[in-house]
Design a protein around this ligand. Structure first.
Ligand SMILES: *Cc1c(COP(=O)(O)O)cnc(C)c1O
Length: 361
């Protein structure tokens, strides 16, 4: 692998960015728009950055069709900070809140919420977390302040291919499948996502919150977690993660130029279908997930024989295929194929997997 060629990167996160975006950033790095310095070195209140920030938000609103009933916030602290922000903004410590447990990330959100509210786990797919539990089997509370779920479990590779139908505000951690397909934002009270999977660099979280849910935060909430405070300051209550915000805007524009979210959905379905077919048709690779719950973004698989994992990973790297190791909590392999992963990368992976299998016999 020459240093001069980029490999295909299947990292779960921070994940691959679209190459045209990286090239644009490279072009603008030393001297943004002829102003004499880089975006990293400018005031967040300067006209140049205010323009970057506004255009980024406008592009996201256009992509997801977000109307004026929703605020769009650019926050610090990744998705994990929102695990705390959700209960602190939406309810008191005595309130009952419903959570669906479908894997590692829901579990972490539940763990944090338990310290801050009365959590009812309305459904759980533990221990395997290999399928999404049907809504008809959920035990929802009478008076929950909200329902929280994780539309795509990045580690277990399971995804909701439907939106829960509930009366209470629906809160979704969309970190690993936002922008992978069109969604009806109007069905949600709150959508949040760490940027580093499908949006941009780590250090930024996007929060899309229905405006009638602002203004209910607890009195003792830290200022930077208060969605209303962040909304009123245009996400500039303190210095925001400016460089991540700037690159995210470029990614939004890249998605728009590529044909928007319906085009992303077509590509993502093609990529995932090909890879699952390769796994299912082989006698060597195995998918741990139930077919109806399979993620289009994160595809875990195991090898048919023990002790081959290291050999597989090394051979993959030698072929320019990087970051295929599964999460340490579940083992095996995982290919994360977000928007920025080209179809050619998936084809190269499939070809490699077929060759590797053939060499075992
Ligand atoms: C990666 C991820 C997180 C954690 O994101 P951080 O930005 O590291 O806090 C939370 N939820 C999901 C679904 C994720 O994929």
């Amino acid at each position: 692998m020459s240093n001069f060629r980029r490999g295909y990167n299947f990292s779960p996160g921070p994940a691959a960015l679209p190459e045209p975006v990286l090239r644009e950033v490279q072009d603008e790095l030393l001297n943004y728009g002829g102003i004499g310095f880089s975006v990293m070195e400018m005031s967040h209140r300067s006209p140049a950055f205010m323009d970057i920030a506004e255009r980024s938000e406008a592009s996201l609103r256009k992509l997801l069709n977000i109307d004026d009933d929703y605020a769009v916030l650019f926050m610090h602290g990744g998705a994990t900070m929102q695990f705390s922000a959700v209960p602190l903004n939406l309810c008191g410590a005595d309130a009952v809140v419903d959570y669906i447990n479908t894997g590692s990330w829901s579990k972490k959100a539940i763990g944090e919420a338990k310290r801050l509210a009365q959590v009812n786990v309305a459904a759980s797919s533990e221990p395997e977390c290999s399928a999404i539990p049907a809504q008809s089997d959920w035990n929802l509370s009478e008076n929950a302040a909200y329902l929280h779920y994780t539309p795509n479990e990045t580690i277990h590779g399971v995804e909701f291919h439907w939106i829960p139908d509930v009366e209470v505000p629906l809160v979704a951690d969309m970190s690993s499948n936002i922008l992978s397909r069109p969604i009806d934002v109007g069905r949600f009270g709150v959508i949040y996502a760490g940027a580093q999977k499908n949006i941009g660099p780590a250090g930024l979280a996007i929060v899309i919150v229905r405006k009638d849910l602002l203004g209910h935060a607890r009195d003792d909430i830290p200022m930077l977690l208060n969605w209303q405070t962040i909304a009123e300051s245009g996400s500039m209550q303190n210095t925001p993660p400016t460089f991540a915000w700037y690159i995210s805007g470029k990614v939004f524009d890249w998605v728009i130029n590529e044909g928007g979210l319906s085009e992303m959905e077509l590509r993502n379905k093609r990529k995932a279908e090909r890879l699952y077919r390769c796994i299912d048709e082989s006698n060597f690779y195995c998918s741990p997930t139930a077919p109806e719950s399979r993620s289009l973004m994160n595809i875990p698989f195991t090898l048919g024989r023990d002790n081959l994992d290291q050999t597989f990973l090394q051979a993959a790297e030698a072929n320019g295929l990087f970051n295929l190791k599964g999460h340490r909590s579940v083992g095996g392999m995982r290919a994360s194929i977000y928007n920025a992963t080209p179809e050619a990368a998936v084809d190269a992976l499939i070809e490699f997997m077929c060759d590797f299998e053939a060499n075992q016999n």
